[in-house]
Design a protein around this ligand. Structure first.
Ligand SMILES: NC(=O)c1ccc[n+]([C@@H]2O[C@H](COP(=O)([O-])OP(=O)(O)OC[C@H]3O[C@@H](n4cnc5c(N)ncnc54)[C@H](OP(=O)(O)O)[C@@H]3O)[C@@H](O)[C@H]2O)c1
Length: 277
């Protein structure tokens, strides 16, 4: 049995579908399972990674886990996994984690690194997926593109190599079901470094409309986002954007190495999600 946590999320829902399509026995964990629609083949359990007492039932009979990173949850998850006899864990970590750093650069990298650390010392066979920025972050622009052709946001020239969530999931499914991935750290990127302005233009091509990115002062955007995102995380996002302005984001071929297929492009992602925009 494979347990998929974060199963209602951008990545987890694809992991679930790939495992079901591959004929694997799958259990999905959600804090509110009644609010989602699940494939008939999936065993669904209510559970919360921040409430370790709920994990024993979820982990009973489980051999492998796709793990969503809830801040601070590493040690209790590891203890529950060891009690249940889990053998393999594939963690959805972050591209921000830096193995060379004594102190991680910001809270996002720090809490993912803490969970990695708990797994490294656990005796479980672990695989870490460290994605770059998700292409799915662009969904935050959907409200603007539904009402016009201009995306207003911060740092037009901030660069990343946005990665399709289905590619992250394909690597996860391979690591959960094949041998040879234990102890591996996969740095998952899209095929190309793109600025926010580039992404807007590509989105426009996919939608058949001339979409452009209009830069606003970072502080204006930060204020608007502060209603939904906690302050320290928001600071982390804006610091990362500012630091990447005018840079070329590194790309890797880890997705192709693991799945045998090149990473999907941002244009592919935009076509897959055109309806949202
Ligand atoms: N966005 C990016 O650019 C980016 C880049 C690199 C890494 N990441 C990392 O990738 C992850 C985001 O993945 P995603 O986009 O697939 O997720 P998502 O769409 O944001 O969904 C969050 C998922 O986590 C589950 N979840 C949240 N808190 C939980 C808890 N306490 N116990 C159990 N499940 C919990 C939710 O399940 P229920 O609500 O059903 O319980 C949901 O399935 C984060 O760790 C993020 O740091 C993101």
């Amino acid at each position: 049995m494979i347990l998929v946590t974060g199963a209602t999320g951008n990545v987890g829902r694809h992991v679930l579908d790939l495992l079901v399509a591959g004929g694997h026995a799958v259990r999905a964990l959600s804090r509110s399972p009644q609010e989602a629609v699940w494939p008939a083949e999936v065993d669904v359990v209510a559970g919360d990674l921040a409430a370790p007492a709920s994990l024993d039932a979820a982990l009973a009979g489980v051999e492998s886990v796709f793990l969503f990173a809830v801040p601070g949850s590493g040690p209790a998850f590891v203890a529950a996994a060891q009690r249940a006899g889990v053998r393999r864990v594939v963690l959805l970590s972050s591209g921000g984690v830096d193995d060379e750093a004594e102190v991680q650069d910001g809270p996002i990298a720090a809490y993912h690194a803490e969970i990695e650390q708990a797994l490294r010392g656990s005796g479980l066979a672990w695989t870490f997926l460290r994605p770059d920025v998700f292409a799915a972050n662009s969904l935050m622009w959907a409200g603007q593109t539904r009402s016009g052709d201009v995306i207003r946001g911060a740092h037009a020239e901030a660069a990343s190599a946005p990665v399709h969530e289905a590619d992250i999931a394909a690597v996860a499914a391979a690591a959960l079901t094949e041998d040879g991935h234990a102890g591996q750290v996969y740095r998952l990127t899209g095929p190309q470094s793109l600025s926010h302005a580039d992404q807007a233009a590509i989105l426009g091509r996919a939608l058949g409309r001339p979409i452009r990115y209009a830069e606003l002062p970072a502080e204006t955007v930060r204020q608007a986002m502060s209603a939904h995102v906690p302050g320290p995380i928001l600071d982390n996002i804006f610091t990362t954007w500012a630091a990447s302005v005018g840079r070329t984001a590194p790309t890797t071929t880890d997705i192709e190495k693991v799945t045998g297929r090149p990473a999907r492009s941002y244009h592919d992602w935009a076509l897959d999600h055109a309806a949202a925009f």
